[in-house]
Design a protein around this ligand. Structure first.
Ligand code: ISL
Length: 554
């Protein structure tokens, strides 16, 4: 198979609102990003995924777009974007844009027209239905809490919004809508961008008849009933034929609810749909069995290993994996599966990075992950900005599932805002993110967790990520090696091998604070150590707290 450039890439995700402010308004912006491109290159990542920068009323921080061909005013201008793209390319960095086309903002001109009358030419751009027996057309919930339907008194009908009511779902079954979207994508590609991360693209084809589903703990059926619909592959293939295939791109579909079988099609190596998908199964491994994401975390390492290993195994030779721990929707991985303690934070951050980066697929690093940034110590619900956290908190409180105090504890573990606090650049005021007042508070630990300090220190988490990224660039066994899980039932150790021709790796990771013994194949006993998170590894067959070692045999 011919190698694609993105198969050896490591992608750096920027959440522009929280990355770097250049004008003191407390909100990150494009010029701020441009000023920090050298840092990203220094890390060794070669591609940047920019979360949305388009014009938006910010009901969901830019994931509600009111003009796909304009820039959010807090972030700057189109000229600022052009400068960013030009400088990135000069530095050898590619730019992948977020494409949010399952829904638009209700302030998009298409929706303003659409809601104005039942016979407006834009009516069918969105999904309108009559109520059923005086209530919503079906029992689906919005991902952000409450019903997925909003009644619009202007025409006496409901419109579908799988996210907030300011994010009406576009009607992909309408070929005119698809053509509008394809034209807009082409416009950005003509500017020279290098790909798209496609927001909830698994939801674009709604099931025939929009049937009711089994109600969950919040009283509604899951919005994921809309995932993997009947025409999804047909629409993706059409997009591929008409737009994507004419360029050399990285395309990654964010596929909430995606199954392995679906992913084999979406991320097929034949290139007829997308380069790869973001799956969610491993992110759900610690969900509460009944209450799901917004409840006490339930860690289960064997389950996490089973999921990640199944994706490694099943996509081999068929489709391409993406690899991630963190993004703007997830709590910080160190707080989630590692340790926040002074003694173990860095070590656990390096172990988690190793475990992920030695796998098959394209790794994504979310801003601050390379520093081992942690969740924020929220103390009150009024500090939370995230629409998803607030909506789910409201639903769960109303049903009596949690007290306010439990709710705040849950925010400390689960809220998307944990990932969205400002990037910690240095130990000066507001972590060097802004000279003004940041839109979300800076984590107080910035005084010791920050980029400036880590760039100065050779054994920092930053420099460890840099090493992992450099290894992938040069080693085929990391890019292509066959994956095998060892000790699947071990409660604390994640051990696997990769093999490619004569070369092989043994990756051993201790996901606990306890010392552990383990047994593994003889052939690695005298193998070279490729990378490890203690200066001297423990004697063969033992691991100290949060220790990881990668053995290499040729
Ligand atoms: O991660 C999630 C489920 O566990 C959700 O937080 C997330 O909303 C969902 O995966 C879809 O995410 C994407 O679309 C949303 C936007 O709020 C997210 O930021 C985006 O990544 C709607 O556009």
């Amino acid at each position: 198979m011919e190698e694609k450039w993105w198969q050896r890439s490591v992608v750096y995700q920027i959440y522009p609102r929280s990355f770097q402010d250049s004008d003191g308004d407390g909100i990150g912006d494009l010029t701020g990003i441009t000023d920090r491109l050298e840092y990203i290159r220094e890390l060794g990542t070669d591609t940047i995924w920019l979360s949305p920068i388009y014009k938006s009323p910010n009901d969901d921080n830019g994931y509600d777009i009111s003009d796909y061909q304009d820039i959010m005013k807090e972030f700057g201008t189109m000229a600022d974007f052009d400068r960013l793209l030009e400088k990135a390319h000069e530095l050898g960095l590619k730019i992948v844009m977020d494409l949010v086309v399952n829904h638009s903002s209700d302030e998009h001109r298409w929706f303003v027209e659409s809601r104005s009358s039942a016979d407006n030419p834009y009516r069918d751009y969105y999904i309108w239905r009559e109520g059923k027996n005086g209530a919503e057309p079906n029992n689906w919930c919005s991902c952000f809490g409450g019903s997925a339907w909003e009644f619009d008194s202007q025409t006496g009908m409901y419109y579908l919004h799988l996210f907030s009511k300011k994010q009406p779902d576009l009607n992909w079954d309408n070929p005119v809508v698809r053509d509008e979207i394809f034209r807009m994508m082409d416009w950005w590609l003509q500017k020279g961008i290098d790909g798209f991360r496609m927001d909830v693209i698994s939801l674009i084809s709604k099931p025939e008849g929009l049937p009711d589903g089994e109600p969950g703990p919040n009283g509604y059926a899951s919005f994921l009933l809309a995932a993997n619909g009947p025409h999804e592959h047909e629409y993706l293939q059409e997009m591929n034929r008409k737009v994507l295939s004419r360029y050399d791109l990285l395309t990654v579909g964010e596929c909430a609810g995606v199954t392995l079988e679906e992913a084999k099609s979406c991320a097929n190596l034949d290139g007829s749909e997308l380069s790869m998908v973001f799956q969610f199964e491993h992110m759900e491994a610690d969900f509460h069995p009944l209450l799901g994401r917004y409840a006490e975390q339930c860690k289960d390492l064997p389950k996490l290993k089973e999921i990640m290993s199944r994706w490694q195994r099943e996509l081999e030779g068929v489709a391409w994996n993406s690899l991630y721990w963190d993004n703007h929707d997830q709590p910080r991985i160190v707080s989630r599966y590692g340790s926040e303690s002074e003694e173990h934070r860095e070590r656990s951050a390096k172990m988690l990075a190793t475990c992920l980066h030695m796998m098959q697929g394209t790794p994504y690093v979310y801003q601050g992950e390379e520093l081992g940034m942690t969740n924020y110590p929220w103390t009150g619900i009024d500090q939370i900005n995230d629409i998803e956290s607030l909506g789910n908190y409201r639903d769960y409180r109303a049903r009596g599932y949690m007290t306010e105090e439990e709710g705040i504890r849950m925010m400390r573990q689960r809220s998307r805002d944990n990932a969205r606090t400002p990037m910690q650049w240095d130990a000066t005021s507001e972590a060097g993110f802004t000279t003004g007042k940041p839109w979300l508070p800076v984590n107080p630990n910035y005084v010791y967790i920050n980029a400036a300090e880590q760039l100065r220190r050779p054994d920092s988490v930053f420099h460890y990520y840099q090493k992992l990224i450099a290894l992938r660039r040069k080693m085929d066994v990391i890019v292509y090696g066959h994956y095998e899980l060892l000790e699947p039932d071990h409660p604390d150790l994640f051990i696997y091998t990769r093999s490619y021709g004569y070369e092989s790796l043994l990756v051993v990771c201790n996901f606990s604070e306890r010392e552990q013994g383990y047994k593994i194949p003889e052939k690695y006993q005298n193998a070279e150590i490729l990378i490890a998170n203690y200066p001297e590894p423990a004697p063969y067959g033992t691991l100290r707290p949060w220790e990881c070692v990668v053995y290499h045999r040729t």
